[in-house]
Ligand binder design. Sequence first.
Ligand code: F1P
Length: 340
Amino acid sequence: MESLTLREILRQPHTWREAAQRAADAAPQTGDLLARSGAELVLFTGCGSSYYLAIAAAGFFQEVTGLAARAVPSSELILSAGTYLPRNRPAALVAFSRSGTTTETVTACRLHREAGRGPVIGVTCHPGSDLEQLADIAITLPGADDQSVVMTSSFSSMLLAAFMVAATLGDSDALRSELAALPAQLERDLEALRSRGETLGADRQWSQFVFLGIGPFLGVAYEAMLKLKEMTQVPCEAYSPLDFRHGPISIVGKGTMAVLLDSDRAAAHERSVLEDIRRLGGDGLMLSEAVGQGHSEMARSLLYLPVVQCLAYYRAIAEGRDPDRPQHLSRVVVLGEPLA
Ligand code: F1P
């Protein structure tokens, strides 16, 4: 029987259509809410994959809208808020949670509201969830509510929704049009992206993977690492490309595969890091070779996802593991005791 995880990876053109439409519908009122709130900072939060989603979303959001934005793990917002929230400054909170019930994320949103710090915008896949009920505005994507343990279509669909809101608030018609057309683009490219991920994942000469991504791409690089870690436990790490030279490069050897989620902004410098890795006996590739040219960085960051999801999936199969039953993991982490 076909794996649930693979089925949910391959349904992303469909879930992206729902995400683009629902986010486009919600964007105007989201912009009004942020403007009325006087928020001087937009915090993006989540746990695990949803935190990595927050990193990518916050990075592009700030670049496209010009509003100050940063990503913080939900648990840090609860236990170390002062590190991220400037004293008494109004801040909006954008929370990502596929389940809408993860303890830390729901708690962070509740505390943000109770403190009157500013509005809560929830992005979830679970209608009627705690997060949806707590949020001032909720963007809910039921079509992307992955039933698999690991997040795949939920991750990319919630990220696409965040990008669509950013493009709308940033008043970028070009970006909005590109994102609206992305589900059809993915439908056309899906088999090639799947196949590229399969080739990479099924090749067991690679004993360790390094995912490299600059700026907002680092969030997607972390997610690529987490997918592979969750489904296979194969050694894998993620870094900002040039920072990899400052110590972590010591791990490079014959079986190292560096997957560069390459950008436009630093392309030449990123390629130079791959050359260093090859000189040290490893190998490397640029994911834009699979995804093709002519896309914005935002769109490319989304099109990279099916490739790295399939890389992890097919490596799990090659290792004789069941991607639908990842070791030690549950679909949602709900803590027994309240954090605050
Ligand atoms: C987030 C999360 C995932 C993790 C696993 C368990 O859940 O921690 O990051 O990969 O699937 O759930 P959510 O808050 O997005 O529902």
